[in-house]
Structure formats: C-alpha cells, structure tokens
Design a protein around this ligand. Sequence first.
Ligand SMILES: NC(=O)c1ccc[n+]([C@@H]2O[C@H](COP(=O)([O-])OP(=O)(O)OC[C@H]3O[C@@H](n4cnc5c(N)ncnc54)[C@H](O)[C@@H]3O)[C@@H](O)[C@H]2O)c1
Length: 333
Amino acid sequence: MVTIDIQLNEYSYPIHIGHGLLSTIDTLIDVSRQIVIITDDFIPKIYLNTIQSKLNSPLVFEVPNGENSKSMEIVYSIINEMLESNITRKCLVIALGGGVIGDLAGFISSIYMRGVDFIQIPTTLLSQIDSSVGGKVGINSDTMKNSIGSFYQPKMVIIDIDTLQTLSKRQFNNGIAEMIKYGMIADKSLFSALLNNGVSEETLDLYIQKCINIKKSYVQNDVYDQGKRQILNYGHTIGHAIEQDSKYSILHGESIAIGMVQMSKGRPFYNQLISLLTKYSLPIEYKKELTKLIKYIKTDKKVLNNILNLIVVEELGKGFIKPININDIRKYL
Ligand SMILES: NC(=O)c1ccc[n+]([C@@H]2O[C@H](COP(=O)([O-])OP(=O)(O)OC[C@H]3O[C@@H](n4cnc5c(N)ncnc54)[C@H](O)[C@@H]3O)[C@@H](O)[C@H]2O)c1
C-alpha cells in the first residue's frame, strides 16, 4: 500500500492506494462508529459485501446508478432516512462508487447535522484519479451541473485498484481521458507514455499515483479553486456543455476529450492528441453544431462579469489560465 497525504492543515487526509484494500477496511477506520454506506445499484455487490462483512450493521443506501442521482430528491430522501434511523453527527459516511456517489455522499455529509465525517472509496478510474481527491462535492440542479455543492474534504480516501477489474472498457477509457488531461496540463512524460506504451497492469498503479500527485499539488496550493487549481479544468468548459447538451449520454471523460480536441486545434500536438484519444476509443468530435453549446457556457458558474477563465495548453505539459470575454469562446467551437 502506498499513501499520499493531502496536506491542508486541520483538513489533511491520507489517500491509501493499493490492491485488496477493501478487505482491510477494518484496519483503516474505526468500525465501532455508526456507519452509513452510500453506493449505487450497478456496482458489483462483491465490493459492498466485502466492506459490510467487516462492519457492524451499517446503514446502506443504494441509489440508481447514473448522473441523475446527483439530485435534491435523492439527497432529501437519504437525509430523512438517516434521521429516522437515528444517525448522529458522530457517524461516518462511506462513499462507495464512482464520481456520482462521491459527489452525492460528500454533499450529504457536508450538510447532515452541519457536517459529518466521510471517506471516499472510489471504484472507477475517473473517481480514483480525480473526483475523490480535493473536496469538491455537490449535485446538479435542473438547469446546471454541479451547481449545488460545497468544498468538503474527506477524512480518508481508499483506492483499491482491484475494483477496476469489473469496470467496462468504456468506463475505464472515460477515466483515461482525465489521465490524458493531467499529461497535457502538467506531465508531458505521462502523455508520451500513454501514447507510446499505453497502460499495462504494471504501469496503471504508477499512473494513478502520478495523477493524484498532480491533483494534490493544485489542491494544496488553491483549495477553493480561486487560482491555479482551475487549470485542472482543461477541456471542461466545452466538456461540461457537451455533457449537459447530450443529457449525460456522453460521459464526463468523453466530453472532456472532445473539449480538449477543440482547445488543441492548430497546436503542434493536435495530431498526437487525436491518435491518443482514438487509441482509447474516446470521441474526438461532437456530432452536433457546437455553437449550440454557448447557452450552457454562458451560464457556467465560472463566468464572472462576462469573463471566462479558459484553460489553455500551448506546450505539452504546461497548462495556464487565459481570461477571455465570454463571446470569444466562439473561436474554440
Ligand atoms: N468532485 C470532483 O472533483 C469531480 C471531478 C470529476 C468528475 N466529477 C463527477 O464525477 C461524475 C462521474 O464519475 P464516474 O465517471 O466515476 O461516473 P459514475 O459514478 O456514474 O460511475 C460510472 C458507472 O460505473 C459503475 N461502476 C462504478 N464502479 C464500478 C466498478 N468497480 N465496476 C463496475 N462498474 C462500476 C457505476 O455504477 C456507473 O454506472 C460526474 O458526476 C462528474 O461531475 C467530480
């Protein structure tokens, strides 16, 4: 097991990364606490069963899998049931699943009785290298993705790489899109390794650690996303709009992939990016008129006084923030 510590003073926490960690959960957390597990109905039951067998009758919620579970209705129904079950503010909430579960469970933990402890057990590649780290939690409103939320750090993240074995190829590649993003904004060697050698069983562990270390440095320096942490949003302005316009039929990583392609047009690495995305069966274009996306981009919560902080990569491995007038986004569509 490798441990990476996120250092945020009293909000610091360890990220344990390894194989077979689910069955050691009783050595990592205090199992005598009241425990609530939030998971979804598609994740293979073996993971829930493994954890449950080590815990003392936890209260379990299985929400429908998919983005629609990041909703106020689900938040409200889980909170009501936690109250009816006499779950106190000393409880521990475990998010067992992908980014949807992490965002949802984290948000519930941030508001239940003004905040209770939670840990993340991410089970998708995307959630292991990205969403479980950094404390952004939240749900969607009817009109905007992630518009209701908070910054709320977990007490621990447990990454059991073995859980990726049951992930579909599409979901695995969806996570690879975020891995490519890390390469583009911060680590040229990761980009080249993915392009030239791909991911093997041996390198997967190392690449997961590399991505977490990149995210760690941005989060530690800018926890509330006011400055350089925004560089992690490379490809996301257009990506989020595609996700919403496609009603989430195009997955988060897939949408980011198209967003990165749009941002790379005319750059020297454009062809390499196309080859890399194609290698992982990731989409490189949105099959609809891109100007349709402007309405989503204009209402993006990151737009202030018509200024959008666009993330640009001119040289592989170096992302930077370029504030633009919102209307200039047309150049990238
Ligand atoms: N908070 C953040 O910083 C942050 C960052 C990036 C993305 N996100 C959010 O994360 C979400 C996307 O996360 P995701 O891609 O993990 O999606 P997801 O949570 O919907 O999981 C994808 C699918 O994989 C299934 N699954 C999960 N683990 C599995 C496993 N081990 N084996 C087989 N199937 C499994 C799930 O049931 C689901 O159907 C989006 O809502 C996005 O907004 C948040």
